[in-house]
Design a protein around this ligand. Structure first.
Ligand code: HEC
Ligand code: HEC
Length: 384
């Protein structure tokens, strides 16, 4: 009855129906057109929330070492909010143009006149480029860690082929156990799966927060100047010399290949003059020499714990080691790893040869060796 009153005439009803249909089509169309924008704004909000959560986690867990704004702590930890981590190349603009000009110059079709022009421009670019290098060097000169404008990418320095996101996340998950060799405190593992305190979603938030520091092409020299500490290039542990004093066999880079250079009778006679300090032995073992790096993981090498018990109860019982004292067994194991391959690898049989660094004879002094042996003799825990 009501309808009859409102749309009395059939034409009116058709008109209202048509308008309603068109209106609903317009609404659907509008929603469809805006779906992309709506999703994008949802993503922006989502990322913004992730960055916020990451920032809060960073303030609590990371700023102590990496600085409140990620600019690094001098002598403690490298900057993350830095053109270096993001691989910004301040010289790229010059290099790109130089390469293009060089190609044009090498093209036989290029006229002599043009070559003169190119040479002038290239000289100009070289000067500007050198000018930028000089400015950068002035800015970073006094900063610890070192930054080289010609090698501006941290990921390249570490030969990391993956994405920056994966680099940051992996570092957070696993930490850098060896970084204690060159930093006062190591970057530890943060993920719960690796025994750390943070959940995976929290590590994702931290990573999003760190990546949000990227300024793309807009990094300036001021950003470089704000950095408190650049990364330290990891020292190859196989080249670290423990002490500056006379090493046992200078120049012996591979005892496995040249075992005749180890005159054990002479070495033992000299070693008898030294008293080992287990404390210093432990420092060398866990620190610069990187022994612990291999010997903490039974899959790689016999574990440190129980070394002395194993020597007494197992190694010296093996006829292959007949006539050796426990100390001599340790000494030989360190100076000439392949002389006897320790049995008991988790994969069965013996640990493989050629894994343990073969050049300790040329990196340890007699005192260092005595200290290492003294330390390993404290590892007298019962065997499992
Ligand atoms: C105890 C000090 C300390 C704390 C706390 C710490 N770090 Fe680190 N972090 C380091 C050190 C030292 C390094 C350098 C490791 C190296 O050179 O191998 C490092 C390296 C990193 C790197 C790799 C940078 C590079 O250039 O190699 C990232 C990413 C990082 N830390 C993120 C974090 C985050 C995120 C947190 C908080 C959850 C955190 N760190 C907490 C000391 C710390
Ligand atoms: C790159 C890995 C690696 C490093 C670094 C390393 N080792 Fe080893 N080490 C091994 C492996 C693998 C074995 C087992 C194979 C063998 O006997 O040579 C081994 C065996 C030993 C043994 C014999 C253990 C046993 O149970 O019989 C001793 C002792 C030892 N290493 C001491 C050291 C000391 C001390 C250092 C540092 C100065 C060191 N290692 C550094 C990998 C390493």
């Amino acid at each position: 009855m009501l309808q009859r009153l409102i749309f009395e005439r059939i034409e009116q009803r058709v008109l209202v129906g048509t308008i309603a249909f068109l209106a609903s089509m317009a609404l659907v169309g509008w929603l469809a057109i805006n779906e992309g924008g709506r999703m994008a704004s949802f993503e922006v909000q989502y990322t913004a929330r992730s960055i916020e959560r990451g920032a809060a986690l960073f303030a609590v867990n990371c700023s102590e070492c990496h600085g409140p704004n990620g600019l690094g702590g001098a002598g403690v930890a490298p900057a993350l909010n830095s053109p270096h981590l993001f691989g910004h190349d301040y010289l790229a603009v010059y290099d790109r143009e130089l390469i293009t000009l060089e190609q044009e110059r090498n093209n036989p079709a290029t006229t002599a006149e043009r070559v003169t022009e190119i040479d002038a421009r290239m000289q100009e670019l070289q000067n500007e480029r050198q000018n930028v290098i000089n400015q950068i060097n002035t800015v970073v000169e006094a900063k610890p860690g070192g930054y080289d404008p010609e090698n501006p990418s941290r990921l390249d320095d570490l030969a990391w082929a993956g994405s920056l996101r994966a680099f940051v996340l992996t570092t957070l998950i696993h930490g850098r156990p060896v970084s204690a060799n060159y930093w006062p405190r190591q970057m530890s593992a943060w993920s719960q799966t690796a025994g750390g305190p943070l959940r995976m979603d929290q590590l994702e938030d931290l990573t999003t927060y760190i990546l949000n520091w990227d300024r793309g092409d807009n990094w300036t020299l001021d950003d470089l100047a704000a950095v408190n500490q650049f990364p330290i290039k990891p020292v190859d542990p196989s080249t670290v010399v423990a002490s500056d004093v006379q090493v046992i066999v200078p120049g012996l880079t591979d005892a496995n290949a040249n075992p005749e250079q180890l005159d054990y009778a002479a070495i033992d006679a000299e070693l008898a003059n030294y008293t080992g300090d287990p404390q210093n032995g432990q420092t060398l073992y866990n620190g610069a020499l990187g022994c612990a790096g291999c010997h903490l993981n039974a899959a790689v090498a016999p574990v440190t714990e129980g070394t002395w018990t194993r020597v007494q109860e197992l190694r010296l019982q093996d006829p292959a080691n007949a006539g050796l004292t426990g100390e001599q067994y340790l000494e030989h194991s360190i100076l000439h790893p392949n002389e006897y391959l320790a049995p008991g690898a988790p994969t069965g049989g013996s640990y493989p040869g050629g894994v343990m660094t073969p050049n300790f004879a040329s990196r340890l002094s007699y005192q260092d060796l005595a200290d290492l042996v003294a330390y390993l003799k404290t590892q007298d825990q019962p065997l499992p």
